[in-house]
Design a protein around this ligand. Structure first.
Ligand SMILES: [Zn+2]
Length: 214
């Protein structure tokens, strides 16, 4: 468990240095089962600057939503982590970031269309934007699950972005990729409406991506 906690801390600090989520915004987690077989995940704590977190601050939350009330509180956004782990068997780690370009684009509450073939990195023809709800609520978790259907990443309206993967490295890379895509799309929109790839063109990309990953 200590190794996984160290990994979370390393990547939490990376959130700062890569500008994915400055200071204490955003959060990340890794799927983890306790020795007594209780299923759950390890997550960054609530309201602590990433520069200041240590191993004792990482919180275990069970898939039933239980955690030790004596220690630090898990991130106030732990509920959508719980729901994603419960619904996606292939998810072992989640990165949630308030990265600048994702936040800017999410305020327009639009899905990112296939303006570039790299949109397929999230797993589909487009990248969805989850409908707005207050942070940390079950309602928001529901909206996020809907936007993640068939995808490994999505925007969250007026909030930010989420990416998940088979490992924290993978989830983090996808979050960085999504931040780039948001920046590119924002720039492309400055010249008007970009040309969008057809479903057929994106199908070819998705097949290539699938084979490439093997
Ligand atoms: Zn957030």
């Amino acid at each position: 468990m200590i190794k996984l906690k160290q990994k979370i801390i390393k990547f939490a600090k990376n959130l700062n240095t890569t500008n994915l989520s400055p200071l204490r915004s955003g959060n990340l987690s890794i799927r983890y089962n306790l020795k007594n077989k209780a299923e759950g995940f390890l997550i960054t704590p609530s309201g602590k600057k990433y520069d200041d977190i240590s191993i004792k601050d990482i919180v275990f939350v069970s898939l039933k939503g239980e955690y030790d009330k004596k220690g630090l509180e898990p991130s106030s956004e732990w509920r959508f982590h719980q729901e994603i782990y419960k619904s996606q068997n292939n998810c072992n780690a989640i990165v949630h970031a308030h990265s600048i370009n994702a936040v800017a684009l999410s305020s327009h509450r639009i899905n990112i269309p296939a303006f570039n073939y790299m949109v397929a990195v999230a797993g589909g023809f487009d990248i969805k934007c989850a409908e707005y709800e207050t942070f940390g609520t079950r309602k928001l978790s529901k909206n996020i699950l809907k936007a993640l259907k068939g995808r490994r990443a999505c925007l969250i309206a007026n909030h930010g972005q989420i990416a998940y993967g088979a490992s924290l490295d993978e989830a983090f890379e996808l979050a960085e990729e999504l931040e780039n895509i948001c920046k590119q799309y924002l720039i492309a929109r400055q010249l008007g409406k970009p040309k969008i790839l057809s479903l057929k063109q994106m199908e070819k990309v998705l097949i290539k991506f699938k084979n490439y990953k093997k």
